[in-house]
Design a protein around this ligand. Structure first.
Ligand code: SAM
Ligand code: SF4
Length: 324
């Protein structure tokens, strides 16, 4: 067997990297409105350090990289990092998760730097609600970011909607209907209980609501991307509808990923407090072999499953720090 495997024989080929904990928005389910202590610039991994870690991980078997944050486009010169990573020999694709509000400015530059695809977070199509959910954002910026990504050829575009009961779940049909008109892939994400802003809505209920109003959802293959979504399509639709439901429909048994925080902790799971520092050894001139051992120890420590259903939530890092 070649490649990187954990103790439960899951193939680990995907690394999700948070490049910053900072963000130009303050989404209610992700960040508090104020009082956040930011990571200082000297604590952040430099682009050269990120690239060195990715190179070693790639030699072990990781071939897909996704950049996230905080808001990854809030970090200066992100296209430079994308160019560095996409030139690494064994890296097959570099993608990005973003709130989209800065994409109008950067989409073409990102594409030219080697970015394959974007996932854009969008929780409402109503301008006033967008302001309430993001506290600082404007809907028009996110929408023009989606348009700019299409024009730049960043296909397939996935739209991630975190569904919150009595906040935006009245818009689920509008989001599902977006897949009729064009090849957009909508992902309904189950709200995770990092804070108590709202109740989640189970995927089973969303599928029932969509099928009842828009027609039978047919299971279909996922578009390129390696995501954990259960995919469906509506009759005659050009795009797909996916459900990412870590609590009610956990997908741990097929998890293929590791996570690297912006300050250099390599973590085996989004939903655990475990992690090993790579920044210290890297800055103390650890050899590639030593770093390889550290990466392998994180892979070996990957838990079989998270414990969200038992109410156990990670305490040390929030989503914007580990990179959702
Ligand atoms: N700023 C970028 C964005 O919003 O796409 C990237 C970072 S954000 C932390 C990554 C993803 O995590 C987004 O799709 C966001 O909606 C999701 N997320 C954040 N907090 C969440 C929560 N409590 N439950 C479910 N998803 C969450
Ligand atoms: Fe920022 Fe993304 Fe968190 Fe919203 S979800 S506050 S855009 S990091």
């Amino acid at each position: 067997m070649t490649g990187l495997f954990d103790s439960f024989v899951r193939c680990i080929n995907y690394l999700r990297i948070s490049v910053t904990d900072r963000c130009n928005l303050r989404c209610i389910y992700c960040m508090p409105p104020e009082g956040i202590s930011w990571i200082s610039h000297s604590e952040l991994l430099s682009y050269e350090e990120i690239s060195a870690i990715v190179q070693i991980a790639a030699e072990l078997g990781v071939n897909k990289i996704r950049l996230t944050g905080g808001e990854p486009l809030a970090r200066a010169d992100l296209p430079k990092l994308i160019e560095m990573l996409s030139q690494l020999e064994r890296v097959e694709e570099v993608s990005l998760t973003t709130n989209g509000t800065l994409l109008k400015k950067y989409a073409l530059e990102l594409k030219q730097a080697g970015l394959r695809r974007v996932n854009i977070s969008l929780d409402t199509l109503k301008a006033d609600k967008f302001q309430k959910i993001t506290r600082l954002g404007e809907l028009k910026d996110a929408l023009s970011g989606i348009e700019a990504s299409k024009e730049a050829g960043l296909h397939p575009i996935k739209i991630n909607m975190v569904v919150m009961k009595n906040i935006n779940d009245d818009e689920v049909l509008d989001f599902a209907s977006m897949t009729y008109k064009e090849e957009l892939h909508v992902r309904f994400i189950e709200l995770m209980p990092f804070s108590k802003v709202a109740e989640p809505v189970p995927a089973s209920e969303l599928r029932w609501r969509i099928s009842r109003s828009l027609g039978m959802l047919e299971p279909c293959p996922s578009p390129p991307g390696n995501g954990p979504a259960q995919c469906y399509s509506l009759p005659g639709a050009r795009g797909t509808i996916g459900f990412i439901s870590p609590i009610t429909e956990p997908f741990c048994s097929s998890c293929n990923r590791l996570r690297l925080t912006s300050y250099g902790q390599l973590c085996p799971c989004l939903l655990s407090d475990e992690g090993i520092d790579l920044r210290g050894p890297l800055r103390n001139n650890a050899s590639a072999k030593e770093l390889e051992h550290l990466i392998l120890s994180v892979v070996a420590s990957k838990p079989e499953q998270h414990k969200l259903a038992d109410g156990i939530v990670p305490m040390k890092r929030n989503m914007s720090q580990i990179g959702g």
